[in-house]
Design a protein around this ligand. Sequence first.
Ligand SMILES: NC(=O)c1ccc[n+]([C@@H]2O[C@H](COP(=O)([O-])OP(=O)(O)OC[C@H]3O[C@@H](n4cnc5c(N)ncnc54)[C@H](O)[C@@H]3O)[C@@H](O)[C@H]2O)c1
Length: 387
Amino acid sequence: MSPRLRIGVIGFGRMGRGFVAELLRSKVWEVVSICDGWEPSRQTAKRTVPGAVVTADPDAVLNDSSLDVVGLFTLADARPQLIRKALKNKLHIIAEKPLAAGSAAEWKLVKAIEASDRLVAVNIFNRNAWYHQEIVNFIRSGQIGDLAIVRVCHMTPGHMPTEGHDPEGPPFHDCGMHYVDVARWYAQSEYASWHAQGARLWNYKEPWWVTAHGVFKNGVVFDITQGFVYGHLSQVKTHNCYAEAIGTKGVARMTHNFRTATIELHGVTETISKTAPFGDKKIDVMLDVFARSIMAGKNLGFPIARDSAIASEVAWAMLRDAAKNNPPAIGTPAQMQAILEHRKALTDGYGLPVRDGTADNRLIAPIACGEELCCQPVKAGARRKAC
Ligand SMILES: NC(=O)c1ccc[n+]([C@@H]2O[C@H](COP(=O)([O-])OP(=O)(O)OC[C@H]3O[C@@H](n4cnc5c(N)ncnc54)[C@H](O)[C@@H]3O)[C@@H](O)[C@H]2O)c1
């Protein structure tokens, strides 16, 4: 593919670095510029891509008319303004999820995106996963009869309160929106009703574990369980992640261990068991399909803003339901503190924040006023200015 696609990246934290690492592996992409509001991240960016323009000013990226694409990997509250400006400047966009810090802003963006002629992918990464794609195809083939029940579970000793992602909300939204999306994708229907229960581990104000069950408009029933509460202080860490589709005749399911994923498909005439690499966030798949889509001038299969906005909206609603249903407080703040201290010392773990070699070096996310980014990022612990 020639010439190479020129991309600027805004947000060089955990996901931005993941995207840049994969971009550098590709012959198709050229990383032209990287923007981050945090000096240690900019230093890391300079070392990672010595030839790129590294800046603290998003406009220096967005106003570069030589770019084809911008990658928006900040937190959610910075994204609306960046997306609008990128569309205005005729850039294609790869955006992290969620599109914004609240549903009203997300739907306004979906409207703007769908009215534009630009290609906009949102990283609801499960849509790029070989294992979910094979299960969805198996369901569609009729091998399990009529789909009746979808069950999804994602529990790890992951992201803790105070470790960032404030605009993304507690785990059932921040991470759980991915699984709200998977269940809807399997069911091929819209959510009709649900009941959610949460648990407020360590006496934290928000439920860090939530389970929701309910029904789709087409009668498929579901349960979704998500929690970053799964044995943070266990000697050997573990997790429990699966999805299964139960039909009137057969069953299709998957599980993974973050290195490999396994599907087991029990259909009426086909029985398939397959294990292959998990592929983390499937960024290579996203970059490949997005590059081919730009060349083709149409979406060849990347995940879209509308699906992200629906998943986000439903995840927020389920989370609100869990909060309303009196989630019990279990445990103590001292336990939470012990976990946070333990995670600071970890170099390999579940969902560890980017630290850039200092003890507490992440940004507090820019303040969201309504739906717009309205402030400069401020350092953790620093006083936030009023907008
Ligand atoms: N798709 C997935 O599976 C997945 C997984 C993790 C995170 N995410 C999403 O990716 C996004 C980033 O998450 P992360 O874990 O990389 O966060 P992070 O805090 O590690 O990185 C965010 C980076 O953006 C920078 N930043 C924030 N506002 C900025 C602004 N206005 N201008 C320039 N730089 C700015 C920060 O300095 C930081 O380096 C979040 O929206 C999160 O929800 C998605």
